[in-house]
Design a protein around this ligand. Structure first.
Ligand code: GLV
Length: 328
């Protein structure tokens, strides 16, 4: 190890060019074998490092920070950062960075892919066909719901929510309504052709509801049995935000009882495990948290995390700090 260079841990396998880029500036401990380190091993490897490249699943909290007093920055290769205890990081003087902006359109595309697949029963149809069950035409075979011209509800109206709204309004002629903690300025609402409504109206009116809120104690199970009961039985629900925002057991029950037509889920409570009740439902499209998974976007996310590490550890500025107050 070169003591003059900052030491950086990369917790999961990543594009080789990203390791090469980091190695130009840092002494790097990588994990290209992609071992899933138990937490105590992660902490042990983090000791003596000034920076860490995380991918969203590594919990950085007071215990980690106490065990790693030399740590200066944790750079998440994800826009969501619910794996970071930011107040604890701020108290410990550790900078947190995330990767916003670069995955907006890719994730909004995934939201639409799930919406279309759920509403038009695409994966269910494929399973039916592959199982050899398609032996005749029938007027109601795999009959679904319209997307074009319907009402699109969006819960959460940050960058990704707005990108979903644009697709709906401009591409699919949808009537777009949204609910958010705070209402967008009028010009921004007009740009995405979305109308602000209360949460109850959103749930009751949407033909398709897309969730794009960050995960927090406040958003935990913000779509549960009571909220699902307000939705139309013909509606579809799409979650491209975080597991835990939806109560998966309540959702599976609503889907099973056909109180909700269909769902498209890219994120799950306790992922990578998926609740068996959901696996048992035919009217849900399930994908393994791939919202940002295109080659250019994943490279852009990783490079942004590297920009943050280089910026902060080599005397410049990080690009997307979450707690800039620690920079003094
Ligand atoms: C993915 O879920 C992200 O937060 O970037």
């Amino acid at each position: 190890m070169n003591p003059a260079r900052p030491h950086v841990l990369v917790s999961r396998a990543i594009f080789p060019e990203i390791i090469d880029r980091l190695a130009q500036h840092f002494d790097v401990e990588a994990n290209q074998a992609d071992e899933l380190w138990p937490r105590d091993e992660f902490i042990r490897r983090l000791q003596g490092k000034q920076g860490v490249f995380t991918t969203g699943g590594e919990r950085i909290d007071a215990d980690v920070l106490k065990a790693c007093p030399g740590l200066k920055i944790c750079a998440n290769m994800a826009v969501g950062y619910n794996n970071f205890d930011v107040p604890a990081m701020t108290a410990a003087g550790v900078l947190a960075t995330n990767a916003p902006g670069v995955l907006t359109e890719t994730t909004a595309d995934m939201g639409f892919a799930l919406l279309m697949a759920a509403a038009r029963r695409v994966t269910e149809s494929e399973h039916f066909l592959r199982a050899g069950k398609w032996d005749r035409w029938a007027y109601d075979m795999m009959i679904g719901q319209d997307v074009f011209g319907s009402t699109l509800g969006i819960l959460g109206m940050g960058r990704i929510g707005q990108a979903v709204a644009r697709r709906g309004a401009l591409g699919f002629g949808m009537n777009v309504i949204y609910h958010n903690r705070s209402r967008l300025p009028e010009a921004e609402e007009a740009a995405v052709k979305a109308r602000y409504v209360g949460k109850e109206e959103l749930l009751q009116t949407a033909d398709h509801l897309v969730l794009v809120v960050p995960y927090s104690a406040e958003s935990h199970h913000s779509i549960g049995a009571a909220e699902l009961a307000l939705m139309k039985p013909t509606a579809t629900l799409v979650n491209i935000a975080r597991g835990g925002i939806v109560d998966d057991v309540a959702l599976a029950k609503a889907l099973r009882e056909r109180r909700l037509a269909a769902a498209g889920l890219d994120v799950f409570e306790g992922e990578p495990r998926v609740h068996p009740d959901l696996l048992a439902c035919s009217n849900v499209v399930l994908t393994p948290h791939i919202g940002s998974a295109t080659v250019p976007t994943r490279k852009a996310m990783a490079n942004l995390a590297v920009d943050n590490l280089i910026g902060y550890l080599t005397g410049g500025k990080p690009v997307t700090p979450l707690n800039p107050e620690v920079m003094g």
